[in-house]
Design a protein around this ligand. Structure first.
Ligand code: KG4
Ligand code: ZN
Length: 329
């Protein structure tokens, strides 16, 4: 069964055809990232306009790359939220129009669950329940996943998302946007122990908070305005290590609390090389089976939308054509 997935929740316009939930026939992504660079973050209006301009080309390109035509598509799957409302509506309207015009079933998927699906797309028999950690530019959530549809929120950020913290700290250090990959690279040259940044722990809760560490970096930069390259590398390394400590602490507390032995990670920040290493080491040490997405599926893409869409289709979760965006779901 071929599913055409469409993703427009943030700054990537993406379409993909996935066969039977696993075989990736195409993965087309067009990003408006460069248009947001000078603002240091995603500008919703610019992202939305960009989606409207390129969505038809992106879909055509995904079909072409798959060597298929619309007549070979069996169902549509689209991201319903969370995300930017205008951006989501472009993908949803487009998917609805195609589904209506071609009389195809439509499935609506949650963007964060789709990120987790990126990590398990090759796994034939994933065992539920598992603990999922979604770490992206817009979200930081720990969830208990009962099946492809049902989840329970265990913890989330009370302020900045983890990717957002990376982006803001990179901006403070005048490193450019998006900050995550730059900090990842510079931290490799730095000493993570030279500058000790605070680790926020919210007592008895699996929630996260990254505003404290962001402010600590701000104060440090104000106090020592003449930073040389080594200072910047050490700040990047110290900041990154503190963020990773906070992510690891809550994630493994959640696994212990709910006696779960499977961990699935998703979202753009899962590209972080030091985080991957620490998560792999910690999982090995504690006997946890961990799933991380392949590099090309970490950031926003439509493979994960088509893949999860197939699993929901099999569960009979067909959407009505009156669905709308769920930006805060
Ligand atoms: O999942 P994603 O593409 O978009 C959202 O759904 O939000 O994630 C984008 C985020 C950005 O904040 C970016 O800085 C971060 O992922 N990111 C990284 C790395 N690569 C991307 N953060 C840390 N280390 C990286 N290597
Ligand atoms: Zn995302």
């Amino acid at each position: 069964m071929n599913i055409l997935g469409i993703e427009t929740s943030c700054d990537e316009t993406a379409a993909s055809v996935v066969k039977d939930g696993r075989l990736i026939l195409s993965n087309t992504v067009s990003s408006s990232l460069r248009l947001h660079r000078k603002y240091g973050g995603v500008v919703p209006e610019i992202a939305t306009r960009f989606h409207t301009e390129v969505i038809d080309l992106v879909i055509k390109s995904a079909l072409k790359e798959a060597g298929l035509d619309f007549k070979n598509i069996d169902a549509l799957s689209v991201t319903k939220g969370p995300g930017l409302v205008g951006a989501l509506l472009v993908g949803i309207s487009c998917a609805k129009a195609i589904a209506f015009g071609l009389k195809l079933p439509l499935v609506a998927v949650d963007h964060l669950k789709a990120h987790l699906y990126s990590a398990i797309i090759n796994e034939r028999r994933i065992k539920f329940p598992f603990v999922g950690l979604v770490i992206s530019g817009g979200h930081t959530r720990l969830i208990l996943v009962y099946d492809f549809d049902r989840t329970r929120l265990l913890g989330q950020t009370q302020d900045d998302a983890v990717g957002e913290a990376f982006d803001k700290v990179a901006k403070l250090l005048k490193l450019g946007y998006p900050g995550g990959p730059i900090i990842d690279r510079l931290a490799k040259r730095g000493d993570p122990e030279r500058i000790e940044f605070p680790r926020t722990r919210l007592s008895d809760s699996l929630d996260f908070s990254f505003s404290g560490i962001k402010t600590a970096v701000l104060y440090y930069v104000r106090r020592f305005p003449n930073l040389n390259s080594r200072d910047v590398w050490d700040i990047a390394a110290g900041f990154q290590e503190a963020v990773i400590d906070m992510l690891i602490e809550n994630t493994f507390r959640a696994l212990e609390k709910y006696r779960i032995r499977i961990l699935v990670i998703g979202g753009g920040v899962s590209l972080n090389s030091r985080l991957r290493q620490r998560l792999n080491d910690e999982s090995l040490y504690r006997g946890i089976k961990i799933y991380l997405p392949e590099d090309e599926l970490c950031m926003d893409n439509a493979v994960m939308v088509a893949g999860l869409g197939y699993q929901l289709f099999r569960m009979g979760k067909i959407a009505n054509l009156d669905i709308t965006a769920e930006p805060n779901s």
